[in-house]
Design a binder for this molecule. Structure first.
Ligand SMILES: [Zn+2]
Length: 236
């Protein structure tokens, strides 16, 4: 596979900003996949997020800083996470074996992907979203209003087959000792991180173009180390 340049990542990030939020993380994986955006959108969500965690490690290192607030007292928590430690082992994926048994019937399903998430934005509430997701992902006839027991069985089976789809953090508040679990969304996080990186890079292009009269393509083609040295001279 060819080595991706700063220009490639800028383009990937730019493209991501033109997409609806559920599809944005796929634009970041697209340059790494043979079939590009379409293949990234078809990855089961947990597989997608596992690759996004690995991509964060490759682009920015394994440490990942985030902030959140205690749901009880509002205390601000600074989190220092490790994207390799957040990656969960997933069972080998054999699409043909994905099914649950309920009341003597067998329901085959596939794992939700980013296109399913994008479709759920049409739903009016959580209940509608849940039903819509099952209609999209479960083969054959689903009851009009799927019983809670069947919904729970399918949700559990999907979670076990694709554990990274919900990356949960166990948090403790140092101020009030409240303990809670919070979902961590690497897609949103990496999209933002790449956005900050893109802004910093464009600042550098701006300064070097002004100082030396070089083109954007020329500046982006410099190695990061060389770019930093010229920048140090401009700012000295
Ligand atoms: Zn608290």
């Amino acid at each position: 596979m060819r080595v991706l340049t700063a220009d490639d990542w800028l383009r990937a990030w730019e493209h991501s900003q033109t997409l609806p939020p559920p599809l944005r993380p796929c634009a970041l994986l697209a340059p790494l996949m043979e079939d590009g955006q379409a293949a990234a959108e078809r990855l089961p969500l947990g597989r997608r997020d596992s690759q996004l965690l690995a991509l964060h490690g490759a682009l920015f290192g394994s440490r990942l800083d985030a902030t959140t607030h205690c749901p009880s007292c509002g205390e601000r928590l600074e989190l220092s996470l490790d994207c390799h430690a957040l990656r969960l082992d997933a069972p080998a994926l054999d699409e043909s074996t994905l099914s649950v048994e309920w009341q003597g019937r067998s329901f085959r399903y596939r794992l939700p992907d980013s296109r399913d998430l994008a479709a759920l934005t049409q739903a009016g509430d959580v209940e509608q979203a849940r039903t819509l997701l099952l209609r999209r992902c479960v083969d054959g006839e689903m009851p009009e209003a799927p019983p809670a027991e069947l919904q729970a069985l399918l949700a559990q089976a999907m979670a076990e087959a694709d554990p990274q789809a919900a990356t949960e953090l166990s948090l403790d508040c140092p101020a009030c000792a409240r303990q809670w679990d919070e979902l961590f969304d690497i897609g949103v996080y990496l999209d933002e991180a790449l956005g900050h990186w893109a802004e910093r890079l464009l600042d550098q292009v701006h300064l070097l173009a002004q100082a030396y009269g070089w083109s954007e393509a020329h500046i982006l083609a410099l190695s990061p180390a060389r770019r930093a040295r010229y920048l140090a001279r401009v700012l000295a």
